[in-house]
Design a protein around this ligand. Structure first.
Ligand code: IMP
Ligand code: MG
Length: 187
């Protein structure tokens, strides 16, 4: 194991959530899930691509039987602002009717994506439906939506890392940081 701390990425202005803080909070979220679900089987639906890293770490904090599926929603393109109405690009392959469904996403921003996805899943009549997000930009909501499990409430800043991207880049940064303003321009 390398003992050194990786250098801050040059395109990052400030680290908002450190790797250690993420690790600690993901452990706590795992314990919260255990308190709510006990040993029930979960059907976890991760929103690609942003939620992939978070989901992978979160699922290893619980020992419940888990079925995992992914759906893909497009809304951003290469901008830092949501491009209007989110669209379902790739849908579920597992059945969710009468299942305990947990939707996992990286960040709750305007609320449009999760409002769309939860409405769609609710229509399939799961036994229960809850939502877990790593980050919540509470001040940005355009449609009313609250998640059942939230990692961190963050200010209205465009962030990247740990799954979150800007134009598909920076997802593999181990911490979450604010992108420098001069990097937030379309290439
Ligand atoms: P919403 O539909 O506006 O709530 O947007 C949710 C989606 O927008 C998330 O799944 C992210 O993919 C993306 N998003 C929102 N804020 C950020 C950010 O600060 N950095 C990277 N992606 C973001
Ligand atoms: Mg996303």
């Amino acid at each position: 194991m390398a003992a050194s701390t990786p250098a801050l990425h040059p395109d990052i202005e400030t680290v908002l959530v450190s790797e250690e803080a993420i690790r600690q909070r993901v452990r706590e979220l795992g314990a919260e899930l255990k308190r709510v679900y006990g040993s029930e089987e979960l059907t976890v639906i991760a929103l690609m691509n942003g939620a992939i890293l978070f989901t992978a770490d979160l699922l290893r904090q619980i020992d419940n039987p888990v079925r995992l599926d992914c759906i893909r929603i497009s809304s951003y393109g290469n901008a830092t602002e949501s491009q209007g109405k989110p669209k379902l690009v790739h849908s579920l392959t597992l059945d969710v009717t009468d299942r305990h469904v947990l939707i996992v996403d990286d960040i709750l921003d305007t609320g449009k994506t999760l409002a769309l996805v939860s409405g769609m899943i609710r229509g399939l009549q799961p036994a229960s439906l809850r939502v877990c997000v790593l980050l919540d930009k509470k001040g940005r909501r355009q449609v009313p939506f609250e998640a059942d499990f939230v990692g961190f409430v963050i200010p209205d800043k465009f962030v990247v890392g740990y799954g979150l991207d800007y134009a598909e880049r920076y997802r593999n940064l181990t911490s979450i940081g604010v992108l420098k303003a001069e990097r937030q321009k379309s290439p």
